[in-house]
Design a protein around this ligand. Structure first.
Ligand code: WTA
Length: 677
């Protein structure tokens, strides 16, 4: 065997959390974790019943888990059957009732440095006004409300208001286009759209509502457009507009929490899959909340009102998750889980690099952040800006740091460990733990994750399963793969309360996407492998989902946007490695007339895609092609397109219907030369 390089030796080591953390931890060592995990999967009903005590119920449930009884609840079954509760009540009211009304619930910071600190009482007042305002617009329990908003405090307020009255929110990421908003509104027949007039971003006001011109009038289900006047800019007006903040001011600060059934939907969140149409992932009230609360409680160990761990309410730990609420991470990790635990949670309006590259760390210093959670793409962007952006801030209070969204690879892991984690090197490196959490929009919260205070880490590994979760590695035929270091399909063989229940309006799609491939299992769509110590490593998607800057996009959706340009005949997109974004979009485009191919044409198409799909969907690299390789059944062979793009061996082309196109692609790719970012 060849000698390991210095980097390989370092990567192969284990890294340890600061020992002091374990002393106060809820699970104090790995033996206790393994024991509890074994108990939790062997007695999963008893285990989840224990966890369900962390939330307050209006009516106790009768049964923890009802096994699947037919197609509608295949695999997942029903959780906490017969229980009644309200999520907003659990996030706010219960803390007021316990005497914590004047303690801090949410700290919001604007791009312009303005800070709004909400106590449980003051936030409840705002939420109730918003809830009453929604009611005055005719919103009832079960109605769908679409929120397309920047990271303003009113996003948190309106989502909690929906949950309070039992309306189902569907939040659309601000970086998607007005057309994407329309598709999502139409799919779940939302009656209200809540939108801001403009967005504040990197010091400028940018259009938001104006983008809806001509589009919103085609959304038949919409009864009112609730406009949040953020900048007061002069924007396009629509006859269904309502000034939502003004309407809120007319409302009472009292609003009863709607008792919701455990299995009632809490929200829909659209996510990309393998077809052009995004899936409306449906999460329920009780299962989602219990799972979110439980995971955050044991993984991060922060002191919170549920368990002050010797802290006073005023000096509880401070939690800062940098995600956008438009993604699942923001839903679960900024709002619902930390708030239901009674933690102090921070929400920041802006981007990490404006007005300076130390913005995250400035926020950590300013609010005494103890637990910081971000994405590998942000770490890569920040590490390029230089260590002094971090070191000039006082991060003494920081206890744990974490990542989510994609694999945290060695360079960024090492930087995060050294510079933010203040980790040591040597034989037994010790530092602030990096929590590598692996999960999905569909799973509600963490599935594979290290317990920050106790689990020895390996760079790039999400380590071990969360309690109650039983992961399995499968081969093509569905047999278990137990050999270390062997790539396999990643699935779970047991349901858990936080798993999505269905795809809105298309239960068959839910079954086909997640349950049909390996009967009796939920299939993640990812590849994974274990090492010889049982550590899990996620190897990426086995389907056509692309992660750009940690944002989940479907290749078919991007292709649909490209193809909607009149000069485009066909396109095929694949992920291409990018130093900061992880992957970027590489698009092969066949024009109606190949003679139109030019750099100018590339710009035209990029602009077009931006306008139809939004700035989050940007085909950064375009290569014109006379045709793309396909199988005889007409499926695009992305494996070959990836190999051509990365100038690697293309392998076998025997299954292609049109093998002759490959040579031409290779030649055009060579002509493009090295791709610079
Ligand atoms: C990927 C984000 C490696 C994975 C919460 C998954 C990860 C998809 C990790 C879900 C991680 C997420 N390590 N890969 N720690 N976390 N992924 O729905 O491919 O936006 O299937 O949910 O992100 O993305 P989603």
């Amino acid at each position: 065997m060849s000698e390991l390089t210095e980097t390989e030796k370092e990567k192969a080591k284990k890294y340890y959390p600061l020992p002091a953390l374990a002393e106060k931890a809820r699970i104090q060592n790995m033996d206790a974790y393994f024991e509890k995990w074994k108990y939790s999967v062997e007695n999963f009903e008893e285990f989840w019943a224990e966890e369900a005590k962390m939330i307050d119920w209006f009516t106790p449930y009768q049964k923890v888990w009802q096994p699947p009884q037919g197609e509608q609840d295949e695999f997942v079954g029903k959780w906490f059957v017969g229980g009644k509760l309200n999520v907003t009540y659990n996030c706010l009211d219960r803390w007021i009732e316990k005497g914590y009304g004047d303690e801090t619930a949410l700290i919001w910071m604007g791009e312009d440095d303005s800070v709004k600190k909400f106590t449980y009482k003051s936030l409840t007042d705002e939420v109730n006004k918003a809830a009453n305002a929604l009611k005055s617009l005719g919103v009832k329990k079960g109605d769908r409300v679409c929120l397309w908003l920047p990271m303003i405090e009113n996003l948190a307020i309106v989502m909690l208001a929906c949950a309070r009255i039992g309306a189902i929110h569907s939040i659309v990421f601000g970086g998607f286009s007005a057309e994407s908003v329309k598709d999502r509104i139409d799919d779940s027949e939302c009656t209200i759209l809540v939108v801001a007039d403009e967005v504040r971003r990197a010091g400028k006001n940018r259009p938001m509502k104006d983008n809806l011109k001509g589009i919103i009038d085609t959304c038949d289900s919409i009864e009112h457009v609730a406009v949040i006047k953020l900048t007061g800019g002069d924007v396009y007006e629509y006859e269904k507009d309502v000034d939502f903040l003004a309407l809120m001011e007319e409302q009472s600060t009292t609003c009863e929490s709607e008792p919701m059934d455990a299995e009632d939907p809490l929200f829909i969140l659209y996510t990309s899959g393998t077809t052009g149409k995004p899936k409306g992932v449906v999460h329920t009230t009780a299962g989602y909340l219990v799972f979110g609360v439980s995971t955050n409680y044991y993984v991060w160990d922060y002191s919170c009102l549920l368990d002050l761990k010797g802290d006073t309410p005023a000096n509880r730990d401070v939690w800062y998750c940098t995600a956008d609420i438009g993604w699942i991470t923001g839903h679960t990790q900024i709002i619902y889980s930390p708030m239901a635990l009674g933690a102090v949670t921070i929400m920041y309006e802006g981007v990490p690099t404006w007005p300076h590259g130390g913005r995250f760390w400035e926020i950590c210093e300013k609010f005494g952040v103890t637990h910081f959670y971000t994405a590998p793409t942000a770490i890569r962007a920040l590490m390029k800006l230089g260590d002094e952006n971090v070191t000039k801030w006082n991060l003494e209070k920081l206890k744990m740091i974490g990542t989510v969204g994609e694999v945290c690879n060695w360079p960024e892991w090492k930087w995060y460990w050294d510079v933010v984690g203040k980790g040591s090197s040597g034989e037994k490196p010790i530092g602030r733990p990096i929590v590598d959490s692996y999960w999905q929009t569909e799973t509600g919260s963490y599935m594979m994750v290290n317990l920050g205070a106790v689990t020895p880490m390996k760079p790039g590994s999400c380590t071990f399963p969360y309690l109650g979760i039983n992961p399995v590695l499968l081969d093509e035929a569905g047999s278990k793969v137990e050999t270390p270091n062997t790539q396999a399909y990643f699935a779970y063989d047991k349901p858990w309360p936080g798993l999505m229940r269905t795809v809105w309006g298309d239960h068959e799609r839910f079954v086909n996407t997640y349950l049909a491939q390996f009967p009796g299992h939920y299939f993640t769509g990812d590849y994974a492998q274990i090492d010889d110590e049982g550590y899990y490593f996620i190897l990426g998607r086995s389907d056509d989902v692309i992660k750009v800057s940690g944002h989940r996009l479907g290749s078919a959706e991007v292709e649909a946007a490209i193809n909607s340009h009149p000069k485009v005949a066909e396109s095929a997109v694949i992920p291409y490695p990018h130093p900061v974004k992880g992957s970027t979009i590489f698009a092969y485009i066949t024009l109606m007339n190949d003679e139109d191919a030019s750099d100018e044409m590339k710009k035209v198409i990029q602009k077009h895609v931006r306008s139809v799909a939004g700035p989050a969907v940007y085909p950064e690299i375009i290569m014109f092609a006379t045709a793309v390789p396909k199988t005889r059944s007409g499926k695009i062979m992305r494996r070959i397109l990836k190999a051509v793009a990365e100038q690697k061996d293309i392998g076998n082309t025997m299954t292609l219907a049109n093998p002759e196109v490959v040579e031409g692609l290779i030649t055009r790719r060579q002509m493009m030369g090295e791709i610079q970012f």
